[in-house]
Structures are given as C-alpha cells and as structure tokens.
Unconditional design. Structure first.
Length: 120
C-alpha cells in the first residue's frame, strides 16, 4: 500500500521545482554574518526550499502556458531521476559543510563554535 503512494508522490513532483527548491535550500545553508541557532536555520531552510519549489513550479507552468516543447514519457522519468540524484547530491554536500562553515565564521568573530549543527 505504501509503494503506490510513493509512486504517486514521485510522479506528482515537479522536476524544475525540485531542482530549484534544492538550490534555494543549499543557499540558505551558506554562512551568514548573523549566527543562527539550528531551529531558526531549519525554519529558514524549509521556507527557502518551499519558495524555490514554488518558483520552479511557476516557471514550468509559464513554460507550458507559452506552449513551448515539454519532455514526456520515458524521457520525463529519466529527467526526474537525474534531477532527483543531482538534488540529493547538492543537499547532502551543503548539509555536510554547513556546520564547518558556521564554525569557521564564528571563529573569525571570536564566538564559541556551534555544537548542535550536525547534518544528520
């Protein structure tokens, strides 16, 4: 029963929305000059992901509204899989580096390192 739900969820995702949402998420993890606790970082990253996904869906809608060619069939499945793998790689690499970036910045500002910002 879970498999059909996962298939429906996967096929309902927008490939451009997924990639753009992941890029927004990754940028939200980059260091800033304002130290953020991990709870606030999680909320900001979630909002950035949702905003990027929404923008990607809008751009795809606009693409279809202008009646430009759209990928369909087997190519669409491969494209979604490729975008999913790229998105996973981007998100993982930024999550792994986020704590060290913040700690490096905090060291420059002579603040104690963040102990709770771990990727997993």
């Amino acid at each position: 029963m879970i498999k059909p739900r996962l298939y429906r969820l996967w096929y309902s995702l927008s490939a451009p929305g997924l990639l753009l949402g992941t890029l927004f998420f990754a940028v939200s993890l980059s260091p800033s000059l304002i130290p953020r606790p991990f709870e606030l970082q999680a909320v900001l990253s979630g909002i950035a992901l949702a905003a990027g996904y929404g923008l990607g869906v809008f751009v795809f809608w606009l693409w279809r509204f202008m009646e430009l060619p759209v990928v369909r069939g087997r190519w669409l499945r491969w494209l979604k899989l490729g975008f999913g793998v790229i998105s996973l790689a981007i998100a993982t690499s930024f999550l792994v580096q986020a704590a060290s970036w913040q700690n490096h910045l905090r060291a420059l500002m002579e603040l104690p390192p963040v102990e709770t910002a771990r990727p997993f």
